[in-house]
Design a protein around this ligand. Structure first.
Ligand code: T3D
Length: 268
């Protein structure tokens, strides 16, 4: 079944297209470079949660409409007299999204179509795999407005580029262009802008053909391994292998290998 669904309201412009087995989320405020407002953040969180409950979705693509991926927090919204304190905004609006992305069973492919600034860069870093259009960049714009990197950037960035480069990018705020992002491993591939979505779909389709439980466990194991010692990581691998190894998909994988055919994974 193929379903296409659009969610666009005046205050929360976000498009969700589900064409089984791939869900594509498009941040859709191109005139403001897809800057994040409260309603848009709420919509993004509920979208990730909804996708998490939809077993027909096997991979997710996150991208932006227009010339930017996302310019981070909508700074004009911050000027409102009743704007909540920043610590509250970060804790209650941003952190749940980052955690929802990292705990999502399905892999997320970030299709970085243009500049990813501030929390926009954080959203890109929270994806599992990123590809970028030529001309895209990552800008840790926090310092320029007197803020510290948030929404997971201090956690993701050193893991992606190493501590020295992370310190340089975070302190200087110098944008990281697409070519350098590929050199540092932040993005898997840089492609011409017109090829970005096709390439993202190729990657998502490949992921969607793999065993869902194994992919979900792999996401968790990779995240957890960063903060544990080798012994604990080995034990986690053994434990997660027990989960993956007891699925019908594992049996199907072996059967397909022996019968020299492509496996048909069902996510159980
Ligand atoms: O509540 C909290 O603050 C907590 C969370 C914080 C996390 C953060 O994300 S802090 C970082 C916030 N983001 C930024 O500081 C980036 C601000 N934007 C820029 O520096 C530049 O726009 C870009 C480098 C991203 C792109 O530059 P450029 O020259 O290509 O485009 P532009 O002309 O600056 O922007 C085009 C339009 O988008 C413009 O609107 P206008 O004047 O034509 O009506 C601009 O105001 C708007 N825009 C861009 N970024 C934002 C934005 N509007 C609101 N908020 C933005 N972040």
């Amino acid at each position: 079944m193929t379903a296409t669904e659009a969610t666009t309201t005046e205050t929360a412009p976000l498009r969700l297209e589900i064409a089984d087995p791939i869900a594509t989320i498009t941040l859709d405020r191109p005139d403001a470079l897809n800057a994040l407002t409260g309603p848009l953040l709420a919509e993004l969180l509920s979208t990730f949660r909804r996708i998490g409950r939809d077993r027909s979705v096997r991979a997710v693509i996150l991208t932006g409409a227009g010339r930017a991926f996302c310019a981070g927090q909508d700074l004009k919204e911050r000027l409102a007299p009743d704007a909540p304190p920043l610590s509250v905004v970060v804790r209650e609006r941003y952190n749940p999204i980052v955690l929802a992305m990292r705990s999502l069973d399905q892999p997320i492919v970030g299709a970085i179509n243009g500049v990813a600034a501030g929390a926009g860069a954080s959203l890109a870093f929270a994806c599992d795999i990123r590809i970028a259009a030529e001309g895209a960049s990552f800008a840790l714009a926090f310092g320029r407005i007197g803020l510290v990197p948030d929404s997971g950037t201090t956690w993701f960035l050193p893991r992606l580029v190493g501590p020295a480069k992370a310190a340089e990018l975070a302190l200087m705020g110098t944008p990281l262009g697409a070519a350098d992002a590929e050199r540092f491993g932040v993005v898997a591939k840089v492609v011409p802008p017109e090829d970005l979505m096709a390439e993202a779909r190729t990657i998502a389709t490949h992921l969607a053909g793999l065993a869902p439980v194994a992919l979900a466990q792999t996401k968790r194991a990779l995240d957890r391994a960063w903060s544990t010692d080798l012994e604990t990581a080995l034990e986690e691998e053994a434990w997660r292998q027990g989960i993956a190894g007891s699925t019908a998909d594992h049996a199907e994988g072996i059967a397909a290998f022996v019968e020299k055919r492509a496996p048909r994974f069902e996510g159980r």
